[in-house]
Write a protein that binds this ligand. Structure first.
Ligand code: SF4
Length: 602
């Protein structure tokens, strides 16, 4: 795959450019997107400027091998003002490829709401006024064409994106997400409500017989081994009881690491009483996307409160991260309430993890008297008060008053203005994921290019080394090795859940069958280069690792290692910086590094 489709929303024009060297050097996915992001973004561009690009790239092996499904989006994040990177499953990556493109670059902005429609080489930007204001779920229903041959994907932002909420997301094919870091708001700033791709082409293969044989071997491994079984059975919510037992599930805004209501919202309870369906991404036999049935009341104000009679049934995807963020961390222990909160984020197009982080801070800030009823417009945020939380979410999206406007900008912005930074659970501007496992979880998200637990799996290192003493240098080394390798997988389109199937030697073998001769060591070098590209972008846009703050609460929370120590955390970061700099990556903005050098010499 060598084609990049460029679309200009201002001009409503498009063109295709062939870049075979880009794809052969960086494979696809994060690799290609990282290079295009550096090329396409002028330093210092406002994330909401028409000049700010949205870049999508499909993984090199998407549509060819099992569990190769992911599309990568890159953009300048309105939340962090540096790298925005988000991955989604569903049909998008495959549809893009079958339409004939390895990547899609969107620039410009429309004055009116539009939808971008790509049907193979027919590319149109069409008016979509009637879609503006609709939920991504309704947009998907409206645009989906049933009599279509080939692969189809629809992605769209919700009202949160239209209102430029900095942590709004883009929902893909109804149940998948480009979550985190605000892609929805970039859509909103461009008046781009949705993208529809219909791909009817084929992926040319040099040796289809050898590929088929390898495919079957890998498919067997995926289906018959235990490696991915957990994701099919209970899915990631199986973590809830397990983490509760170990004391690694954040609760009450990370004040506690066990949750009394864990049994009630466990994966087991969800599966027994609420699970309605399991669905898969294309080409994956696992079906890890668990969908629960929720009865939502139909306009109760018109039905005089008889909501048990007038309702509709909806399907809500649930997994561990939103269940921790909107469940244990807010002490919400009713499965139905938890599903209502998740569904509210789905309908509005909001990143559920960031919403949970913000609601937890709001509840604690209210308890501490940092904010008051004037700020909240008479809502009393209390733990486990779903009605209050639903109203707060709505008020954020409606930008109701200066307090809600600040919340819409993110937790760094809100806690800087109102106080409570010590319990604002963000690092690098992004909300912490649901792991109070130890140093790896926190340091990993801090140093990770996209400040996600999936940047380098620091939490899994904590889990695997619970009974060992790991030095700061070893932790830093682990994070770097993981990052370098994961960026290879993220360029191929590998689902994160399949990382233990696609080990280094297997990937090297698979690529050889595809005609690319790379040893595992070569691949690691490619991953390293991709990571360097991402950090170059971050640094260019003003990010400084040494200036990032870790909230004090991190050093008060209980972990299986007892309390974390500031000195050890600082030592991990120092080792990390030292190791990365010894690879030739400059981790300080050049101007600052030069100034320091001059003052040292002087
Ligand atoms: S394991 Fe789940 S997320 Fe991964 S490819 Fe399969 S269905 Fe999609």
């Amino acid at each position: 795959m060598k084609n990049i489709l460029y679309v200009d929303l201002t001009e409503r024009s498009s063109k295709v450019i062939e870049r075979p060297e880009l794809f052969s050097t960086y494979l696809g996915g994060s690799g290609v997107a990282s290079k295009l992001l550096l090329e396409e973004t002028e330093p210092g561009t406002d994330p909401f400027s028409p000049d700010s690009p949205i870049i999508f790239a499909s993984g090199f092996l998407v549509g060819i091998f099992p569990c190769m499904v992911k599309a990568v989006a890159m953009f300048k994040s309105p939340l962090t003002k540096n790298l925005g990177e988000s991955h989604a499953g569903g049909y998008f990556a495959s549809a893009l490829k079958f339409a004939g493109y390895g990547a899609l670059v969107i620039r410009g902005a429309s004055e009116n709401p539009v939808v971008l429609k790509i049907v193979d080489d027919d590319v149109k930007v069409e008016r979509a006024d009637s879609l503006w204001g609709l939920s991504p779920l309704d947009v998907e229903k409206t645009l989906r064409e049933c009599r279509f041959e080939g692969m189809q994907s629809i992605i769209s932002c919700g009202r949160a994106g239209e209102k430029l909420i900095n942590y709004s997301n883009v929902i893909a094919d109804r149940f998948h997400h480009f979550g985190r870091l605000g892609l929805g708001a970039i859509f909103g700033s461009k008046k781009l409500k949705a993208i529809l791709i219909n791909g009817r082409g084929e992926i040319p293969l040099e040796d289809p017989i050898a590929i088929k044989e390898k495919y079957e071997e890998l498919q067997n491994e995926v289906v018959k081994s235990d490696t991915m079984l957990k994701y099919h059975n209970l899915g990631t919510p199986s973590n809830i009881l397990e983490f509760n037992e170990r004391g690694t599930i954040p609760s009450r805004n990370f004040k506690e690491s066990r949750f009394r209501g864990a049994e009630r919202i466990s994966g087991e309870v969800m599966a027994e009483y609420f699970l309605e369906r399991k669905i898969s991404c294309p080409g994956c036999p696992i079906a890890c996307i668990h969908l629960a049935e929720l009865k939502t009341s139909f306009a109760p104000e018109h039905e005089k409160g008889r909501k048990e009679i007038f309702y509709e049934k909806v399907l809500v995807p649930y997994n561990y991260e939103p269940m921790f963020a909107l469940g244990s961390n807010l002490l919400v222990d009713s499965p139905k309430d938890l599903l209502r909160l998740i569904y509210s984020c789905e309908c509005l197009g909001l990143d559920a993890m960031m919403v949970g982080t913000i609601l937890a801070w709001v509840t604690e800030a209210f308890e501490e008297g940092i904010i008051n009823l004037d700020d909240t417009l008479e809502i009393e945020p209390r733990w486990n008060d779903t009605e209050a939380y639903l109203q707060i979410i709505q008020n954020i999206v409606d930008l109701k008053n200066p307090f809600y406007i600040k919340l819409a900008q993110g937790l760094d912005a809100a806690s800087e203005k109102y106080g409570g930074t010590e319990f604002a659970m963000v690092v690098g501007g992004n909300g912490l994921a649901g792991y109070t496992t130890g140093y790896g979880a926190i340091a990993g998200q801090l140093v990770g290019a996209r400040h996600s637990h999936l940047s380098n799996s620091g939490y899994s290192m904590d889990q695997k080394t619970l009974d060992q003493t790991i030095s700061p240098e070893q932790i830093a080394g682990f994070l770097i090795n993981q990052e370098d390798w994961l960026y290879v997988l993220y360029s191929l389109g590998t689902c994160y859940f399949a990382r233990n199937i696609y080990k280094k030697d297997i990937v090297s073998e698979v690529l050889k069958i595809m005609g690319i001769d790379n040893t595992p060591e070569d691949l690691i070098q490619i991953g390293k280069e991709i990571f360097h590209n991402l950090f170059k972008f971050k640094i260019r846009e003003g990010f400084e690792l040494t200036e990032q703050k870790i909230p004090n609460r991190v050093y008060q929370m209980q972990t299986p290692l007892k309390k974390l120590e500031v000195e050890k955390m600082e030592s991990i970061i120092k080792h990390y910086i030292h190791k990365r700099e010894s690879e030739g990556l400059q981790l300080q903005p050049e101007e600052k590094a030069l100034k320091e050098l001059l003052s040292f010499e002087g």
